[in-house]
Design a protein around this ligand. Structure first.
Ligand SMILES: [Zn+2]
Length: 128
């Protein structure tokens, strides 16, 4: 690791990271890297905003707690996001299901028994 960075310090034209559009341009490459860093910071910020909005939406939409079909604990939260969108998520083992009604969401969770689902791996349902 250290050896390569020392090598590139001595021979910057050998560093592929110093090229922009096939031309040796260390300053341009630096600007491109900085712009990419700003973009990914902005993107992380938006992701965080969406995650926070989603968390607030769930808190507003909470319906009840049921027994989880997988772990058996009284930890399966149901959320009514819309009249036609229900979501169940176990707060303990992480299994989840969704559907157009409470019973559909429960059934979808039961159908996923043993699939190793964990909603916390993918907290927002539109990316599942
Ligand atoms: Zn569970």
């Amino acid at each position: 690791m250290g050896e390569w960075s020392e090598y590139f310090e001595d021979f910057p034209e050998e560093n592929p990271g110093n090229y922009v559009g096939g031309k040796f341009d260390p300053e341009g490459a630096k600007r491109v890297r900085e712009a990419e860093g700003e973009r990914s910071a902005a993107s992380a910020e938006i992701t965080q905003m969406l995650a926070n909005a989603w968390k607030a939406e769930k808190e507003r939409s909470f319906v009840q707690v049921d027994e989880c079909p997988q772990c058996g604990l009284e930890a399966l939260n149901t959320y009514k996001i819309k009249d036609t969108f229900y979501l169940c998520e176990c707060q303990d083992c992480g299994m989840y299901g969704q559907g157009g009604s409470h019973s559909e969401a429960l059934k979808s969770a039961e159908d996923a028994l043993g699939d190793g689902l964990d909603w916390r791996d993918n907290p927002v349902p539109w990316s599942r």
